[in-house]
Design a binder for this molecule. Sequence first.
Ligand SMILES: [Ca+2]
Length: 322
Amino acid sequence: MPNNRIQLVIDTDTAQDDCIALLVGLLDPKADLKAVTMVAGNVGFERQLQNAFMTLNVAGRLGEVPIHLGCQRPLMREWVSAENVHGDGAGGLTMDFSELSPELTHGVDKLIDLAAEDPGTLNIVAIGPLTNIAMAAVKDPDFVQNVNNLYIMGGSNNGRGNITAAAEYNFYVDPEAARTVFEAGFNITVIPWDPLTLRDAVFSREQIAEIRDLGSPLGEFFSKVVSSTLEFDESVGIMGSTHPDSLSVATLLHEGLIVGAGEYAVDIETSSELTRGYSAMSWGVHGLSSNARVIEAIDAEGFYEYLKTLMATPTDPNRPFA
Ligand SMILES: [Ca+2]
């Protein structure tokens, strides 16, 4: 079927900004969100599923976008949660989840099938550990070529980690998966934690209040979901909520938000304990071939205004939430 919108799947460990990323995929008129696939990450799997349902609900899209469960642990490691940071991942919000269930097809198979349906048109935005993407690439030799663009939130571009000094959480949790994905030959764009997110995608308490005061169900949902990590963020010197996941979907849909990017050779540390999950991003002077475009700067004000405008969209939540 002809379709001028950007077809995408969001692969997520749904907590906090993952929810906002789903909202971008659900609300932006340029986006055709085909499915949500879930991967082991931030909070318990059942909780992540509930957070995804609550997000579809506030957009009034419950039952319209399928949710597929994917890999429930990393390839080779024990699962490491980020519950100390995220709590339940939804700021204490809840709703009636009765009669809601995920699709029967496994997330990895759904990714493979959607990419094969119309080769070269499906975009994937991966905002959790890369387990599902690695599994799909291993399972189906055509998967890499069938995917148009793979946007990855993860790593730091010669900057600080967040779960350790060296590593950002998504790559730390499943470093073997991350390494597999960067070696596979995808057309990759990376949205790193530091310096990009920490400089260009942090919303202050005042900005969050502005979105809350829009008075829309989305504004209320947004402010509750992102506010719950503020105290943790401030305790580690980050003065606001961080939005790398929603930025990843936003930059796929709006290339104009990107004001700086470079070609890099990206590889992930898998053998060291000290630097497990570290992303070595080589900027072109070490004789290595580029395997990814890394975003270096965005229009920070434009990104905030974009999300604020989206959160003002009138929606009709399918079920009450509080
Ligand atoms: Ca995430």
